[in-house]
Design a protein around this ligand. Structure first.
Ligand SMILES: *[C@@H]1O[C@H](CO)[C@@H](O)[C@H](O)[C@H]1NC(C)=O
Ligand SMILES: *[C@@H]1O[C@H](CO)[C@@H](O)[C@H](O)[C@H]1NC(C)=O
Length: 385
């Protein structure tokens, strides 16, 4: 942007060539401004870089559970219950799936180093008690990624996502609103999973997009946006104020991690006045991500009983607004887990490590509520902040 500074090079140049030289330097300055940040590739040639419309007609990412699988899940649940141990200890050794297990492990590889997502379809929620459905979900999930993370200060391990307009605060919270949410990542977790217990009467589709494709399109067309995204000056407000990049590139892997609520505030979490606001360039960069993601998105047409998992480092997600119906099976209800696999997990950038530590390492309360709990339950205590 700024004119080339007249440094020693220009001063030393013979008068007649000053014009041409300054033009050449200015062109170089422009080229620098257009270049990608040092070390970032022009293109990510990876299976993760998909375009939703190319996957639209395929169902390769969907594993349909067959009768043998069903029988195995039921037997594994009975075996697990016979061990009489606490709910969070569900793991492949305590939930043996002889033929389904290897298929799930292949899906785990897909999620970590293939296309970055999968859907496991065919459980019928109506034929399970809520406890058994949750157990089946945790059992299957343990083959995708075995470490489960706390998801909030209360230590919730299972987050229930459903409409609740009992108070204005509830109705505006992402977990409980019926509004659309733009593309974002969860703050922590290599992998995020959802069990769909029931779907809305209308809308509420889960929609995903590849951060790799977003990167490739922007690197080719708007390298200045990539530069903005890679800068360490993004003022995140949650869970505490901190500044860091939106994209990271390490070990030949691109990682994207952001949410608009943490950067711009939301109805439920208005941005505190004393925090810096995003610059116009940063807002433009977020809009650019949204535009490319929407142009290349894939709608996951989830059905009741579906379990879907995404690579939260490389795949963005959003949801449509929705309207519930009157019947219990027409009310959208998802149960979310945040996961990490010791075997397949990616190295986490230093700037994101506090969130991962909080979720996966911190010794704290771990609550496993198979049904949504009231926001306040007894004993009532104030949280320290
Ligand atoms: C994604 O696919 C759509 C439909 O074929 C096409 O119009 C669009 O250009 C593609 N986008 C990219 C980034 O490949
Ligand atoms: C596939 O494309 C059609 C037409 O564009 C669209 O209506 C449908 O929702 C898409 N399905 C998925 C799974 O993205």
């Amino acid at each position: 942007m700024s004119p080339v500074a007249a440094g020693p090079v220009l001063a030393a140049a013979a008068v007649p060539v000053v014009g041409a030289l300054s033009l050449a330097l200015r062109t170089k300055a422009n080229a620098d401004a257009l270049a990608l940040p040092a070390g970032l590739p022009a293109h990510l040639p990876d299976k993760l870089a998909w375009n939703g419309s190319d996957l639209n007609q395929t169902s390769e990412h969907i594993l349909k559970i067959d009768d043998t699988d069903h029988a195995e899940i039921r037997a594994a649940s009975e075996y697990y219950k016979s061990l009489d141990q606490d709910g969070d200890l569900v793991e492949p050794s305590s939930f043996p799936l002889k033929t389904l297990g290897p298929k799930l492990r292949a899906l785990s590889r897909d999620v970590h180093s293939g296309r970055g997502f999968c859907v496991i379809r065919g459980l019928d929620p109506a034929s399970y008690s809520v406890e058994d459905l949750t157990l089946a979900y945790l059992g299957v999930q343990s083959y995708i990624a075995e470490q489960r993370g706390r998801q909030d200060k209360r230590g919730n391990m299972l987050v229930h996502i459903f409409a609740d307009d009992s108070t204005k605060q509830m109705a505006e919270h992402h977990r409980h609103s019926t509004k659309a949410i733009s593309f974002h990542n969860e703050e922590a977790g290599d992998v995020v999973g959802w069990l769909t217990r029931s779907t809305a009467a209308a809308g509420g589709k889960c929609i995903i997009a590849s951060a790799y494709t977003v990167y490739n399109v922007l690197a080719a067309t708007r390298p200045d946006v990539i530069r903005t995204l890679a800068r360490a000056d993004w003022p995140f407000s949650m869970p505490r104020f901190h500044c860091r990049p939106v994209i990271f590139y390490q070990d030949s892997k691109l990682i994207m991690n952001f949410g608009r609520a943490a950067l711009m505030g939301s109805a439920a979490h208005p941005r505190p006045q004393h925090l810096p606001a995003l610059t116009a360039r940063q807002v433009e960069a977020l809009d650019a991500i949204e535009a490319v993601a929407q142009a290349t998105q894939l709608e996951i047409q989830t059905q009741a009983g579906d379990m879907h998992f995404i690579n939260n480092l490389a795949v963005l997600h959003r949801r449509e607004g929705f309207a519930n119906g009157q019947g219990a099976t027409e009310k959208r209800h998802l149960v979310r887990v945040r996961l990490r696999s010791a075997e397949h997990g990616w190295p986490i950038p230093r700037e994101l490590a506090p969130e991962w530590d909080e979720a996966f390492k911190k010794q704290g309360v771990r609550q496993w509520h198979v049904e949504p709990m009231p926001h306040h339950f007894f004993p009532m205590r104030m949280h320290p902040n």
